[in-house]
Design a protein around this ligand. Structure first.
Ligand code: ATP
Ligand code: MG
Ligand code: MG
Length: 383
């Protein structure tokens, strides 16, 4: 289909699902990640993967030597060496190193978005305690103190409820560069995947609703059960935001729907995203396949849903007990419309993403009914 070799920085579940999509198109993918048995490496035996950190400039260069296009499954990579490689021009970098660099620092990302007129919650730089206290005065309480860098699954966020929380918040996030964000009392969290080809063509997937638990994505409901006019506006905001970031690839856009119907953009991921896993079973072309097509400058596939409704639930570790963690999968085996994805992780930890299950249905009500026993297996005590 395409002779260009792809190199991915990062070999977790997102890389693994990219490899799955790539293999159907006979595309060759080489992974850079430290574990020799990283999830993505396990299922691609035709390439000599690189064992090393995706922050290690030497290892990134070694990967670049062996491929034609570099991409990422995580934004917390060495963006500086990516920009050098991009400038040298032998290897393409998608999305552009500049995009990765802007997005990997949430404060920088927010500045970029505001400078392009994208609506976001108010934010302030907080280099010290005085500045954090000043943010409390300006925004009121609660507000969110966030790490600018290295954040995922809510790690790096602290809800500052009163002035007395300022010290413990700074202690909890110590050694991280911080900024403050005004609290967004949203009614729902929405997300949308947007894909862009190198020639500038942009396509959006349907809007979905995400439900988080302890700041980790729990459920993704597709399509979002929200007024169509609001969804069109949110989709437009997301597409306009993505058009400001150079390079090809798929992006996950997280948003807050406010009481008055307005939308605030929370953050953008320059890669496949948890809120887009449903696209594997529920859309004409999955987010992973469209990412591959985009970075290789192949025609983008349709982003339309091919089923009326789907719900994805993450399989998270509750402890180190792997058997406990996989219980919902046994229920999914006997559920019509359910597809299990396990990531091949060798160790289970509380809150670790071990897999996901997507349930599709002829209606949202049917998808909900089908999901019920799976959720029950996950949380036997919850009615
Ligand atoms: P991810 O795993 O999505 O990368 P993250 O660690 O980058 O997460 P955020 O997306 O910034 O963290 O925040 C995690 C969750 O915290 C959000 O999905 C939302 O539920 C809540 N949240 C974040 N910012 C705010 C805010 N300003 N006001 C209210 N809630 C917020
Ligand atoms: Mg994030
Ligand atoms: Mg987030």
């Amino acid at each position: 289909m395409n002779n260009q070799k792809v190199g991915i920085l990062g070999g977790g579940q997102l890389g693994r699902m990219m490899v799955e999509a790539a293999s159907r198109l006979n595309l060759s993918v080489t992974i850079l990640d430290a574990p020799t048995d990283a999830p993505a490496k396990q299922i691609e035996s035709t390439q000599a993967h690189i064992h090393g950190a995706f922050k290690d400039a030497t290892k990134i260069r070694e990967l670049a030597e062996n491929v034609d296009v570099l991409t990422v499954e995580i934004e917390h990579v060495d963006a500086h060496v990516l920009s050098e490689i991009e400038a040298e021009g032998k290897v393409k970098v998608h999305p552009s190193a500049k995009t990765v660099k802007t997005i990997q620092d949430k404060y920088f990302q927010k500045q970029h978005l505001t400078s392009h007129g994208v609506p976001v919650s108010e934010y302030l730089d907080t280099p010290n305690e005085v500045a954090v206290l000043a943010a409390g005065k300006q925004f009121g309480y609660p507000f969110m103190l966030k790490s600018k860098t290295m954040a995922y699954d809510g790690k790096g966020n602290y809800v500052v409820k009163t002035e007395a929380d300022v010290k413990p918040a700074m202690e909890a996030l110590k050694n991280l560069p911080l900024y403050a964000e005004k609290w967004a009392p949203f009614v729902k969290e929405l997300a949308v995947m947007v894909v862009r080809r190198a020639n500038g063509e942009v396509r959006a997937y349907p809007m979905v609703e995400t439900i988080h638990k302890n700041s980790i994505c729990h459920l993704v409901i597709a399509p979002a059960q929200v007024d169509g006019a609001i969804l069109s506006k949110a989709q437009e905001i997301a597409m306009d935001a993505i058009k400001t970031f150079p390079g090809a690839g798929i992006f996950g856009v997280e948003m807050f729907l406010m009481q008055d119907g307005s939308i605030l953009l929370n953050e953008i991921a320059p890669r496949p995203h948890n809120s887009g896993h449903y696209t594997i079973e529920a859309c004409d072309t999955s987010q992973f396949e469209n990412h591959m097509r985009a970075i290789l400058d192949m025609p983008l596939g349709s982003t339309a849903m091919k089923v009326p409704a789907s719900i994805m639930v993450n399989i998270l570790g509750s402890s180190t007990d792997m058997v406990e963690c996989y219980k919902p999968c046994h229920e999914a085996l006997v559920t019509d419309g359910a597809t299990i994805h396990l990531y091949g992780k060798k160790e289970c930890r509380a809150g670790r993403k071990m897999g996901h299950i997507t349930v599709v249905g002829e209606s949202m009500m049917q998808a909900q009914e089908r999901l019920k026993p799976i959720l029950k297996a996950m949380e036997p005590d919850v009615e």
